[in-house]
Each structure stands twice: as C-alpha cells, then as structure tokens.
Design a protein. Structure first.
Length: 133
C-alpha cells in the first residue's frame, strides 16, 4: 500500500470539484443517528415502547488536519457561516459526502520536530443527508 493509500483525506467542493484541505490526523468519525421516541401508553403492559422518530441526523464532529493553503479559506467560512459540500475519503475508497458548516477552526501549536506542518482542529456541523459511496 502506498503512503497516499493509507491516508484519510478531508476535501471541500469548490466550484464543482473537490479540493483537498489536508491530511486527516485524527477524526471523531461521523455517525448517523435516528433517535427513538417514547411511545409508552396504558396498553404497554408496564413496558416502555419506542418508535423511530424518522428524523435522522449526523451530529457535529471534530477532526484534526495537517492543512494546506486551501484550508485557510475556512476561517472566512466560519465567520460567514458558509455551507459547503465536504467529503471524507477513506483508505478503502469509501467516501462520505455531505453539506456542512464549519463552526470552529482552531490552529494548533506547531510541533518542533516538523515546524513546517500546519495543523488545525475543525468542528463541522453536517446538514441534510450524506452520500455514502
């Protein structure tokens, strides 16, 4: 496996094509949630009953990336609340594409062993349904 095959990339769609924002160093992988609602009533026989809310979501998640200069545009996106289309590319060629808003961009301290690497923590608030391919 080549070095590029072992990386998780975090991309953003700019004018119809994806631009790599940086190599993912760590990510709290997004999850899909379909919350259950309590449907307990007098005929439940003393047992709680649950039903699907049918309202699915991807909760906010945080990722740490080694970013390139394309990522610096995210600072303006945080300030403006810009919704963008993001994609996470996994080493097995699976991708998750989704709309989202970057709600936090936090540059991290430089590592003395590799001072030229710029690292940041991003918090992304997904919106709508993901495309998993």
């Amino acid at each position: 496996m080549s070095n590029s095959d072992s990386k998780i990339n975090f991309d953003v769609n700019v004018s119809g094509s994806y631009v790599v924002l940086g190599e993912v160093k760590s990510v709290a992988l997004p999850e899909i949630v379909n919350s259950a609602l309590d449907n307990t009533n007098y005929s439940s026989g003393g047992w709680k009953e649950k039903i699907s809310s049918e309202l699915k979501e991807i909760p906010p998640f945080t990722t740490v990336i080694n970013f390139n200069t394309s990522a610096s545009s995210l600072i303006g996106d945080v300030i403006n609340g810009t919704k963008k289309n993001f994609r996470i590319g996994y080493p097995n060629s699976t991708t998750w594409s989704f709309d989202g808003i970057v709600t936090r961009f936090k540059p991290m301290d430089s590592d003395a062993s590799s001072p030229n690497v710029l690292r940041a923590t991003l918090t992304v608030e997904p919106s709508g349904s993901p495309l998993i391919a």
